[in-house]
Design a protein around this ligand. Structure first.
Ligand SMILES: [Zn+2]
Length: 344
Protein backbone atom coordinates (compact mmCIF):
# COMPACT_ATOMS: atom_id res chain seq x y z
CA UNK A 1 0.00 0.00 0.00
CA UNK A 2 1.25 3.53 -0.78
CA UNK A 3 0.68 6.62 1.33
CA UNK A 4 0.93 10.32 0.46
CA UNK A 5 2.54 12.41 3.20
CA UNK A 6 2.05 16.09 4.10
CA UNK A 7 4.58 17.12 1.47
CA UNK A 8 2.67 15.10 -1.16
CA UNK A 9 5.43 12.48 -1.40
CA UNK A 10 4.33 8.96 -2.31
CA UNK A 11 5.59 6.71 0.46
CA UNK A 12 5.77 2.94 0.75
CA UNK A 13 4.25 1.21 3.70
CA UNK A 14 7.17 0.47 6.04
CA UNK A 15 6.62 -3.06 7.35
CA UNK A 16 8.04 -3.20 10.84
CA UNK A 17 9.59 -6.20 12.55
CA UNK A 18 9.83 -5.94 16.32
CA UNK A 19 12.17 -8.82 17.18
CA UNK A 20 13.32 -10.05 20.58
CA UNK A 21 16.18 -12.46 21.28
CA UNK A 22 15.13 -14.60 24.23
CA UNK A 23 18.06 -16.08 26.12
CA UNK A 24 19.59 -16.42 29.53
CA UNK A 25 23.04 -16.37 31.04
CA UNK A 26 24.16 -17.76 34.37
CA UNK A 27 26.99 -15.24 34.74
CA UNK A 28 29.68 -17.84 33.94
CA UNK A 29 30.15 -21.51 33.14
CA UNK A 30 31.06 -22.55 36.71
CA UNK A 31 28.40 -23.42 39.33
CA UNK A 32 25.73 -23.06 36.65
CA UNK A 33 23.33 -25.48 38.31
CA UNK A 34 23.37 -23.47 41.53
CA UNK A 35 22.98 -20.17 39.68
CA UNK A 36 20.35 -21.26 37.19
CA UNK A 37 17.12 -20.70 39.19
CA UNK A 38 18.01 -17.04 39.95
CA UNK A 39 19.26 -16.46 36.39
CA UNK A 40 16.08 -17.91 34.93
CA UNK A 41 13.92 -15.69 37.19
CA UNK A 42 15.84 -12.55 36.30
CA UNK A 43 16.25 -13.07 32.57
CA UNK A 44 12.82 -14.50 31.84
CA UNK A 45 10.57 -12.80 34.42
CA UNK A 46 12.64 -9.86 35.69
CA UNK A 47 10.73 -9.55 38.98
CA UNK A 48 10.84 -6.18 40.72
CA UNK A 49 8.61 -4.28 43.12
CA UNK A 50 7.03 -2.65 40.07
CA UNK A 51 6.27 -5.94 38.26
CA UNK A 52 7.88 -8.53 35.99
CA UNK A 53 9.88 -6.36 33.62
CA UNK A 54 11.49 -9.01 31.40
CA UNK A 55 9.42 -11.19 29.06
CA UNK A 56 6.00 -10.67 30.74
CA UNK A 57 6.15 -6.84 30.54
CA UNK A 58 7.39 -7.00 26.93
CA UNK A 59 4.47 -9.24 25.96
CA UNK A 60 2.02 -7.08 27.92
CA UNK A 61 3.13 -3.86 26.18
CA UNK A 62 2.85 -5.42 22.73
CA UNK A 63 -0.58 -6.78 23.58
CA UNK A 64 -1.89 -3.51 25.00
CA UNK A 65 -0.99 -1.77 21.72
CA UNK A 66 -2.10 -4.62 19.42
CA UNK A 67 1.40 -5.09 17.96
CA UNK A 68 3.02 -8.19 16.50
CA UNK A 69 6.45 -9.29 17.75
CA UNK A 70 8.85 -12.05 16.72
CA UNK A 71 10.55 -13.92 19.56
CA UNK A 72 13.79 -15.67 18.59
CA UNK A 73 14.09 -18.22 21.41
CA UNK A 74 17.46 -19.78 22.34
CA UNK A 75 16.80 -23.48 23.16
CA UNK A 76 20.28 -25.05 23.50
CA UNK A 77 20.45 -24.19 27.22
CA UNK A 78 17.79 -26.91 27.67
CA UNK A 79 20.34 -29.59 26.73
CA UNK A 80 21.88 -28.91 30.14
CA UNK A 81 18.95 -27.76 32.27
CA UNK A 82 16.14 -29.84 30.76
CA UNK A 83 13.05 -29.06 28.72
CA UNK A 84 10.85 -27.70 31.51
CA UNK A 85 12.26 -24.14 31.64
CA UNK A 86 12.26 -23.95 27.84
CA UNK A 87 8.63 -25.10 27.82
CA UNK A 88 7.83 -22.32 30.32
CA UNK A 89 9.35 -19.67 28.02
CA UNK A 90 7.53 -21.02 24.97
CA UNK A 91 4.21 -21.11 26.86
CA UNK A 92 4.57 -17.47 27.97
CA UNK A 93 5.03 -16.38 24.35
CA UNK A 94 2.42 -18.70 22.88
CA UNK A 95 -0.18 -17.67 25.47
CA UNK A 96 0.39 -14.04 24.42
CA UNK A 97 -0.29 -15.00 20.78
CA UNK A 98 3.19 -14.00 19.57
CA UNK A 99 5.47 -15.79 17.13
CA UNK A 100 8.40 -18.03 18.12
CA UNK A 101 11.46 -18.51 15.90
CA UNK A 102 14.91 -20.01 16.46
CA UNK A 103 17.89 -18.26 18.07
CA UNK A 104 21.10 -20.21 18.73
CA UNK A 105 23.97 -19.51 21.12
CA UNK A 106 26.41 -22.25 20.24
CA UNK A 107 28.45 -21.82 23.42
CA UNK A 108 25.76 -23.92 25.14
CA UNK A 109 26.56 -26.97 23.04
CA UNK A 110 29.63 -27.78 25.17
CA UNK A 111 27.41 -27.87 28.25
CA UNK A 112 24.93 -30.42 26.86
CA UNK A 113 24.53 -33.49 29.09
CA UNK A 114 24.32 -35.65 25.93
CA UNK A 115 26.88 -34.27 23.43
CA UNK A 116 25.21 -32.73 20.37
CA UNK A 117 28.31 -32.90 18.16
CA UNK A 118 31.90 -33.91 18.85
CA UNK A 119 33.19 -31.78 21.74
CA UNK A 120 35.95 -29.35 21.02
CA UNK A 121 38.41 -27.56 23.26
CA UNK A 122 38.49 -24.66 23.73
CA UNK A 123 34.82 -23.67 23.69
CA UNK A 124 33.71 -22.18 20.38
CA UNK A 125 31.45 -19.26 21.22
CA UNK A 126 30.11 -18.30 17.81
CA UNK A 127 28.25 -20.15 15.07
CA UNK A 128 30.74 -19.10 12.39
CA UNK A 129 33.42 -21.14 14.20
CA UNK A 130 31.65 -24.38 13.22
CA UNK A 131 31.77 -26.04 9.79
CA UNK A 132 28.71 -26.56 7.61
CA UNK A 133 27.97 -30.07 8.92
CA UNK A 134 28.26 -28.94 12.54
CA UNK A 135 26.09 -25.86 11.94
CA UNK A 136 23.51 -28.07 10.21
CA UNK A 137 23.44 -30.43 13.20
CA UNK A 138 23.23 -27.62 15.79
CA UNK A 139 20.37 -25.88 13.97
CA UNK A 140 18.58 -29.25 13.71
CA UNK A 141 18.97 -29.73 17.49
CA UNK A 142 17.56 -26.25 18.11
CA UNK A 143 14.54 -26.95 15.91
CA UNK A 144 13.98 -30.32 17.62
CA UNK A 145 14.09 -28.78 21.11
CA UNK A 146 11.53 -26.11 20.20
CA UNK A 147 9.29 -28.79 18.66
CA UNK A 148 9.59 -30.98 21.75
CA UNK A 149 8.12 -28.23 23.93
CA UNK A 150 5.22 -27.60 21.57
CA UNK A 151 6.37 -24.61 19.50
CA UNK A 152 5.17 -24.41 15.91
CA UNK A 153 7.92 -25.33 13.40
CA UNK A 154 10.32 -22.39 13.13
CA UNK A 155 10.69 -20.81 9.69
CA UNK A 156 13.18 -18.10 10.67
CA UNK A 157 16.58 -18.02 12.36
CA UNK A 158 18.93 -15.60 14.07
CA UNK A 159 22.49 -16.57 15.04
CA UNK A 160 23.62 -15.65 18.56
CA UNK A 161 25.63 -12.40 18.52
CA UNK A 162 24.74 -12.14 14.78
CA UNK A 163 27.67 -14.52 14.11
CA UNK A 164 26.49 -16.12 10.88
CA UNK A 165 28.83 -16.85 7.97
CA UNK A 166 28.40 -18.05 4.40
CA UNK A 167 28.13 -21.68 5.58
CA UNK A 168 25.18 -20.80 7.82
CA UNK A 169 22.96 -20.30 4.79
CA UNK A 170 23.70 -23.83 3.50
CA UNK A 171 22.96 -25.19 6.98
CA UNK A 172 19.66 -23.29 7.08
CA UNK A 173 18.64 -24.59 3.65
CA UNK A 174 19.40 -28.16 4.74
CA UNK A 175 17.10 -27.65 7.72
CA UNK A 176 14.24 -26.25 5.63
CA UNK A 177 14.46 -22.75 7.18
CA UNK A 178 13.13 -20.03 4.87
CA UNK A 179 14.21 -16.79 6.56
CA UNK A 180 17.32 -15.53 8.31
CA UNK A 181 17.77 -12.39 10.40
CA UNK A 182 21.41 -12.81 11.45
CA UNK A 183 23.12 -10.12 9.40
CA UNK A 184 24.12 -7.00 11.32
CA UNK A 185 26.34 -4.64 9.34
CA UNK A 186 27.63 -2.91 12.47
CA UNK A 187 29.42 -6.15 13.47
CA UNK A 188 32.50 -7.40 11.64
CA UNK A 189 31.84 -11.02 12.64
CA UNK A 190 28.40 -11.01 10.99
CA UNK A 191 28.22 -12.52 7.50
CA UNK A 192 31.89 -13.44 7.11
CA UNK A 193 32.62 -15.22 3.83
CA UNK A 194 29.59 -13.77 2.07
CA UNK A 195 30.18 -11.87 -1.18
CA UNK A 196 29.92 -8.08 -0.70
CA UNK A 197 26.74 -8.00 -2.80
CA UNK A 198 25.06 -10.35 -0.29
CA UNK A 199 26.37 -8.63 2.83
CA UNK A 200 24.11 -5.66 2.50
CA UNK A 201 21.16 -3.90 4.05
CA UNK A 202 17.57 -4.65 3.01
CA UNK A 203 15.59 -7.82 2.39
CA UNK A 204 17.38 -9.99 -0.19
CA UNK A 205 17.97 -13.59 -1.13
CA UNK A 206 21.11 -15.46 -0.11
CA UNK A 207 20.71 -18.69 -2.08
CA UNK A 208 17.21 -19.88 -1.28
CA UNK A 209 17.13 -18.10 2.09
CA UNK A 210 15.39 -14.74 2.41
CA UNK A 211 17.68 -12.53 4.49
CA UNK A 212 16.22 -9.78 6.69
CA UNK A 213 19.23 -7.99 8.16
CA UNK A 214 18.86 -6.07 11.40
CA UNK A 215 18.26 -2.50 10.28
CA UNK A 216 21.03 0.04 10.60
CA UNK A 217 20.91 3.80 10.23
CA UNK A 218 23.50 6.52 9.91
CA UNK A 219 23.74 8.71 12.99
CA UNK A 220 24.61 12.39 12.99
CA UNK A 221 28.34 11.64 13.38
CA UNK A 222 28.25 9.44 10.26
CA UNK A 223 28.69 6.15 12.12
CA UNK A 224 26.37 3.19 11.59
CA UNK A 225 24.07 2.22 14.44
CA UNK A 226 21.91 -0.85 14.67
CA UNK A 227 18.25 -0.48 15.54
CA UNK A 228 18.38 -1.80 19.10
CA UNK A 229 15.63 -0.54 21.36
CA UNK A 230 17.88 -0.47 24.44
CA UNK A 231 20.60 1.50 22.64
CA UNK A 232 18.73 4.19 20.68
CA UNK A 233 16.87 7.26 21.91
CA UNK A 234 13.14 7.37 21.14
CA UNK A 235 13.75 10.43 18.94
CA UNK A 236 16.39 8.50 16.98
CA UNK A 237 14.01 5.58 16.42
CA UNK A 238 11.18 7.82 15.22
CA UNK A 239 13.51 9.73 12.91
CA UNK A 240 15.01 6.49 11.53
CA UNK A 241 11.52 5.10 10.83
CA UNK A 242 10.50 8.27 9.01
CA UNK A 243 13.79 8.46 7.07
CA UNK A 244 13.59 4.77 6.08
CA UNK A 245 10.15 5.34 4.63
CA UNK A 246 11.16 8.50 2.76
CA UNK A 247 14.26 6.70 1.41
CA UNK A 248 12.12 3.96 -0.10
CA UNK A 249 12.67 1.05 2.30
CA UNK A 250 9.82 -1.45 2.67
CA UNK A 251 11.02 -3.10 5.88
CA UNK A 252 12.59 -2.09 9.15
CA UNK A 253 13.92 -4.75 11.49
CA UNK A 254 14.41 -3.66 15.12
CA UNK A 255 15.70 -5.87 17.90
CA UNK A 256 15.77 -6.11 21.65
CA UNK A 257 16.27 -8.77 24.34
CA UNK A 258 14.09 -10.27 27.03
CA UNK A 259 15.78 -8.30 29.80
CA UNK A 260 16.56 -5.01 28.05
CA UNK A 261 14.05 -3.18 30.27
CA UNK A 262 16.11 -4.08 33.37
CA UNK A 263 19.19 -2.15 34.45
CA UNK A 264 22.38 -3.93 33.40
CA UNK A 265 23.20 -6.63 35.91
CA UNK A 266 20.43 -5.43 38.24
CA UNK A 267 16.93 -6.43 39.23
CA UNK A 268 15.04 -3.19 38.86
CA UNK A 269 13.46 -1.68 35.75
CA UNK A 270 15.48 0.76 33.69
CA UNK A 271 12.78 3.41 33.45
CA UNK A 272 14.49 5.18 30.57
CA UNK A 273 14.20 2.05 28.42
CA UNK A 274 10.74 1.18 29.77
CA UNK A 275 9.38 4.61 28.81
CA UNK A 276 11.20 4.50 25.47
CA UNK A 277 9.69 1.12 24.59
CA UNK A 278 6.25 2.25 25.75
CA UNK A 279 6.51 5.38 23.56
CA UNK A 280 7.70 3.31 20.59
CA UNK A 281 4.75 0.92 21.02
CA UNK A 282 2.35 3.87 21.19
CA UNK A 283 3.95 5.42 18.08
CA UNK A 284 3.61 2.16 16.11
CA UNK A 285 0.04 1.77 17.38
CA UNK A 286 -0.91 5.29 16.29
CA UNK A 287 0.87 4.91 12.91
CA UNK A 288 -0.17 1.35 12.13
CA UNK A 289 -1.13 2.23 8.55
CA UNK A 290 2.34 3.61 7.74
CA UNK A 291 4.30 1.21 9.96
CA UNK A 292 2.33 -2.04 10.35
CA UNK A 293 4.06 -4.63 12.55
CA UNK A 294 4.51 -7.96 10.75
CA UNK A 295 5.87 -11.42 11.48
CA UNK A 296 7.06 -14.37 9.42
CA UNK A 297 3.64 -16.02 9.39
CA UNK A 298 1.87 -12.98 7.95
CA UNK A 299 4.33 -11.37 5.53
CA UNK A 300 6.00 -12.68 2.37
CA UNK A 301 9.05 -10.33 2.49
CA UNK A 302 9.76 -9.24 -1.08
CA UNK A 303 13.38 -8.37 -1.95
CA UNK A 304 14.36 -4.70 -1.67
CA UNK A 305 16.63 -3.05 -4.27
CA UNK A 306 20.34 -2.74 -3.49
CA UNK A 307 21.72 0.74 -3.00
CA UNK A 308 18.84 2.50 -1.26
CA UNK A 309 20.19 5.29 0.98
CA UNK A 310 20.39 4.29 4.63
CA UNK A 311 18.00 5.98 7.06
CA UNK A 312 19.56 8.93 8.86
CA UNK A 313 19.02 10.74 12.14
CA UNK A 314 19.74 14.32 13.21
CA UNK A 315 22.29 15.89 15.59
CA UNK A 316 19.41 16.63 18.00
CA UNK A 317 18.69 12.88 18.28
CA UNK A 318 22.39 12.22 18.87
CA UNK A 319 22.44 14.77 21.70
CA UNK A 320 19.28 13.33 23.28
CA UNK A 321 20.74 9.78 23.20
CA UNK A 322 23.97 10.90 24.83
CA UNK A 323 22.15 12.82 27.57
CA UNK A 324 19.91 9.78 28.22
CA UNK A 325 22.93 7.47 28.40
CA UNK A 326 24.73 9.83 30.77
CA UNK A 327 21.71 10.06 33.05
CA UNK A 328 21.26 6.27 33.01
CA UNK A 329 24.90 5.62 33.90
CA UNK A 330 24.87 8.13 36.75
CA UNK A 331 21.53 6.84 38.09
CA UNK A 332 22.58 3.17 37.87
CA UNK A 333 25.86 3.89 39.64
CA UNK A 334 23.96 5.69 42.43
CA UNK A 335 21.41 2.87 42.73
CA UNK A 336 24.11 0.19 42.91
CA UNK A 337 25.96 2.25 45.50
CA UNK A 338 22.83 2.68 47.63
CA UNK A 339 21.47 -0.80 46.73
CA UNK A 340 18.22 0.93 45.76
CA UNK A 341 15.31 -0.18 43.69
CA UNK A 342 13.84 2.71 41.73
CA UNK A 343 10.35 3.93 42.56
CA UNK A 344 7.67 2.96 40.02
ZN1 LIG B 1 21.42 -13.82 21.57
Amino acid sequence: MNIVDGEQRLLHTLHTLLTFDIELWCGGWKDMDARFPAAFRRYIYGPSRAGNYALPKTLEMLDSHGLKGVFFVEPLFATHFGLEPLAEIVSLIQDAGQEIQLHLHTEWQDEAKQPLIVKHKPKRQHLHMYNTEEQTALIAHGLRLLREVGAAPATAFRAGSFACNAETFTALERNGIQYDSSLNLTMGRSGTGLPAAMRRQGVHHIGRIVELPVSVFRGATGSLRHFQIGACAYLEMVQALCSAQVNGWSYINMFSHNCEMLVQGGHHPDWTVVRRFEKLCRHLDEHRTEYPTVNFATDSFADEPAGLPLPTTTPAAYVVRNIEQGVRRARDAWAHFRKLDYPA
